[in-house]
Design a protein around this ligand. Structure first.
Ligand SMILES: *Cc1c(COP(=O)(O)O)cnc(C)c1O
Length: 410
């Protein structure tokens, strides 16, 4: 496919997507307003960006960052920290903080994300199971909550945490909308559940104008190298929610005797503040970029999920290719269009923990940051690539020109 033809397909898709883009821009604007109000309410000032050291007693940058996130998420309290190492770590700390021996963790959105499998059920590695905490789940049915099985699951009074994963993870299903999450939370309460409703919020932040903690969830958790870090946070995670729950979790993040009173960061907090300030816009860029790539590939006959006709509820998108070569070509094109490591020739490899070979494009400024344009795929049938992110719409558009040229050549 030559440059003129790729440009024609892209421009046609942009025209068709104009109304959807406007909707996404309206969401970004509403979220920017929400973030600005929180910055002003908390009187953010230069001193909050200062470095701290040692125990970090009285570290205003840390404490105010917590308060800022709590306000943005409509929650009572938050833990936002470079000492939360990733989304998986945030989820782990949250669950261990809330659950005790004999309790049951009940997932109502099916199997949790891959990296939680061992956290929940690993043998002799310090998993929840090792501490006598049991796990139950009920599957979504065609992307919808199964209210009958939720009700019967909740008849077990040992259930102390109800778990919901907002994003689709690596599955061919849509992410859950806030509307669906709100209805599920209401239903769980109507069954008499008095424990904690806990949401894995990874990839979902700022995609809609409200967050799960504003729709009935007690705690929600995510990574700062995804949406909420706005592409500039260098590392970290967050946990927001009801104060009692956050206090319990803080005791687990550090130690029961010190909770959220300690924790320092020698590089200072500027990029965490700046990141959440940028996040509504950056998430919008990623969503628009994902729609554009999806629309162009749908025009060429590939299936994408969610379909480009429907509103996206997270920043990820899956594309189904016909052949192994097309799949690998797509991932390679994303790498070649990256600002970092563009010269690297990607190949599938035997990644630890995976049954089949995997190929990953991650030419990112922050290692593994999936708010930046990135893509990966297990190399097996059906040939599905998952991609997400893009700090700017222009970068997504640029990457798309490379993708179109590459997969059409094959
Ligand atoms: C990314 C992700 C995680 C894990 O986060 P890491 O930062 O990769 O550890 C958990 N759940 C969902 C839905 C995710 O998208």
């Amino acid at each position: 496919m030559d440059t003129m033809e790729t440009e024609r397909i892209i421009e046609e898709s942009e025209r068709e997507l104009a109304e959807q883009f406007r909707c996404l821009e309206r969401v970004a604007y509403a979220n920017q307003c929400k973030v600005m109000e929180a910055f002003q309410k908390n009187k953010i000032a230069l001193r909050h960006f200062a470095a701290s050291s040692g125990y970090g007693y009285g570290d205003e940058g840390r404490d105010t960052l917590n308060a800022l996130f709590a306000d943005i998420f409509g929650a009572e309290a938050a833990l936002v920290s470079p000492n939360i190492l990733s989304g998986t770590h945030a989820l782990t700390v949250g669950l261990f903080g809330l659950l005790r021996t004999g309790d049951v963790l009940f997932s109502i959105s099916g199997e949790p994300y891959d990296t939680l499998q061992e956290v929940i059920g690993g043998k002799d590695i310090g998993s929840l199971a090792d501490y006598g905490i049991r796990f139950k789940k009920c599957e979504l049915i065609e992307g919808e909550f199964n209210f009958d099985s939720i009700r019967s699951g909740l008849a077990d009074k040992a259930v102390k945490v109800v778990f919901i994963q907002r994003s689709r993870g690596y599955e061919w299903r849509d992410a859950l909308s806030e509307e669906k999450i709100r209805k599920a939370c209401e239903f769980v309460r109507s069954c008499g559940f008095t424990g904690c409703i806990f949401v894995d919020n990874c990839y979902g932040e700022f995609v809609e104008t409200t967050e799960p903690t504003q729709n009935g969830a007690d705690v929600c958790v995510g990574s700062l190298i995804k949406n909420a870090g706005g592409g500039v946070a260098p590392t970290g995670g967050y946990i927001v929610g009801k104060r009692d729950y956050i206090d319990k979790i803080a005791g687990r993040l550090t130690a029961p005797s010190i909770g959220a009173e300690v924790g320092s960061y020698a590089y200072g907090y500027q990029y965490f503040y700046e990141g959440v300030f940028l996040a509504p816009h950056v998430v919008c860029q990623a969503l628009k970029g994902g729609l554009l790539i999806g629309a162009c590939l749908e025009k060429l006959g590939y299936k994408t999920s969610p379909s480009v006709q429907s509103a996206p509820y997270d920043i990820t998108r899956a594309i189904r290719f016909n052949t192994r070569d097309e799949l690998i070509g797509f991932i390679q094109a994303v790498q070649e269009a990256s600002p970092v490591d563009s010269y690297v020739n990607l190949e599938p490899w035997d990644m630890p923990g995976y049954q089949e070979q995997v190929i990953m494009a991650a030419g990112t400024f922050v290692q593994g940051a999936s708010i930046e344009l990135s893509a990966d795929a297990p190399v097996k049938e059906p040939y599905i690539a998952y991609f997400q992110g893009g700090l700017t719409y222009e970068h997504c558009r640029y990457a798309l020109t490379k993708i179109l040229k590459k997969i059409r050549k094959q």
